[in-house]
Ligand binder design. Sequence first.
Ligand SMILES: Cc1ncc(COP(=O)(O)O)c(C=O)c1O
Length: 434
Amino acid sequence: MTFREDGYAAVDWAARYLERVGDLPVLAQVEPGELSSQLPASPPERAEPFADVLRDLDELIVPALTNWQHPRFFAYFAVTSSEPGILAELLAATLNQVGFLWRTSPASTELELRVADWVRQLLGLPDGWHGHIEDTASTSTLAALIAARQVTGRDVVVCSEHAHSSVDKAARMLGMELRKVAADDELRMRVDDDLRLDDVAVVVPTVGTTSFASVDPVRELAERAHAAGAWVHVDAAYAGSAWICEEERWSQDGVELADSLVVNPHKWLLIPMDCSLLWTSRPDDFRQAFSLVTEYLRTSEDVYSLSEYGPALGRRFRSLKLWAVLRCYGREGLQQVVREHIRLAELFARWVDADLDWELGAPRRFSLVVFRRNGSDEENEALLERVNATGELFISHTRLNGRYLLRLAIGSERTTEADVRRAWDVLRREASRA
Ligand SMILES: Cc1ncc(COP(=O)(O)O)c(C=O)c1O
C-alpha cells in the first residue's frame, strides 16, 4: 500500500466514523482495563501494514471511545472537531513544522499572528492586542500567572470560588498563594469593600464558569486590581467564543481592561483539540518573562519568535486549522452555530422549568443548562449514572452549596433539536424508573 492509498482509506474511515457516530454509544461502554487486556504487552518486532492499524481502530479502539463527536454529547463543555479542522490537522502533520523560531517556520509564525488577530476582530476585542496559540487554557493561564508574578514581584492569585481548577493548579505549580473569593447569589465573584488587593499579583475573573457559565464582574475587578497594581487575567476559555455574536457581548464588559485573556477555540469555535488563544495588551511583559535566546537560537533576522511568549519551545502548526475553519465557515457560519446552540439550551431550560418534577439549578447561561430532578442528591446522582449508562446521551454534574446538580452543555455542530428532545425524553424515562 502506498501513502496515497492508505491516506484515502484513512479519510474514508474518518468520513464513515462521522456518518455513524450518532449510532454509537456516547459514553464508552467498557470496564477499566478492558482495552489494556486486548493490547499486546510488547511492541511489534516487524512492520505491519497500515490497514491492520485501521482494522484494530474499529475492533479495539472504537469500543473504548467516549464519542465527543456524538450529537448527544452534553457533558462538561461539548465540543466539535469540524471537517475543515480535521483536514487541516492532517495537513499540519504532513508539513510537520516545528515553529520555535521565525526561520524554522515563517508560515507558521506569521499565519498564527494573523489568525489570532482575525479572531480578536471577530470577538470584538481591542485593537493592538498581541495573540498567540497555546495548547490549552491551563497552559495559557499558567503563562499569564508567570508574567504577572514577574511584573508585579508579588505571589498572590485571587479568583472566585467558581474559577476553573486550572487556576488552582497553576498557582500550586508556581508556589503562589491562592485566595478564593466567595460568589454572590448570581454565582459571580463578590467585590466587597474589604476585598484587599495591594499584595496581589493577579486577579483572574472568569467569563463563563465551568459549573454554571456565570460571569464575574470583570470591569469592577479590573479597576480595583489595577488601582492596587495587580495584573488581570480573564478566563473566557468557554464563553469567549460566544462574543462572535454581538448579542452575547454584554458578557465582555470590562474585558478591554484585561492584561491577558484566554479563549479556547477548541471549545466552541469548531477547532479540533487543541487550540487555546492567549491575548495580551502587554506583550513586552510576556516576552520579558519567557524569552530565552541561547546561542543556537540566535538568527540574523530582526524578528521575534512566538516561543518567546510562552513555556514551549517547539510549537505545532495549530494556526492552520484555525485558518481553515475561519475561512470555510466565515463569521456568519460560526455565528449560526453558536446561536443555534444557545437556542437549543434555552429550549431545554424551558422544558425543565415548565415541568413540576424538575427544576433549574441556575439560570441558563450561554449553551449550558444546570438542573435537577426533585428528590435527593443520591437520587440525582443515580439518575445521572443510569442515563449515561444507556449510551443515548452523556451529561455531567456539579454541586452548588453541596447540592448535586446535573449539567447539559450544547457544543456539537451535529446536535439538532431532535437530539435535545431525545435527551429530555431519556432523562424523564429514566427518572420514572427509579
Ligand atoms: C472556564 C474554564 N477555564 C479553563 C478550562 C481548562 O481548559 P483546558 O482543558 O484547555 O486546559 C476549562 C475547561 O473546561 C474551563 O471551563
